[in-house]
Unconditional design. Sequence first.
Length: 188
Amino acid sequence: MTMRDQLNSFKRQAGAWWTQRSGRERLLLLACSAVIIVSLAWMLILRPALDTIAQSRELLPRLHAEAAQVQALIQETQALQRNQSGRIDPVELPRTLRASLRRAGLEASATLSETAGLAAGDGTTRQWEFTLHNANALQVMEWLSGLPHLAQLRTTMVELVRATVDGRDRPGHVSGRILVQQPERRTR
């Protein structure tokens, strides 16, 4: 007996079995079959797709933030490769400093303001004051160590103390001020 003959035999047996059922039994079997098909479609197709969509909604903002950080690092690397480190346009320097705070994760706990600098031979030296409030100490130190290389700034004053919240010390966090300035330009 061939496979085709076996299939035809099975169809005849199934057809005979189906015709032996009453109209009510047929309706009940069709309804149960529909429920099983819908349940299988839900479990195998719809639910995994909906779970994937929910996961992507949670993951997408974090991936966008990481992509922005990677893009900022790429731009910084390209600038370093072109030997542009420290040759930032003076007009762009405040924006560069704010971007460095954002990359270090200090944007929410630090404010930047330009202050009057010391008088130099040909004018005043530009300087900036960073005011920190309850900032992560490790992030502050990492950011501060990279600042001279990024913008060729000189740190002139650091006043940091352990942060306090509701009168209690907060270990690992600092508050205070950091003053940086551009080095005096030498004329040739």
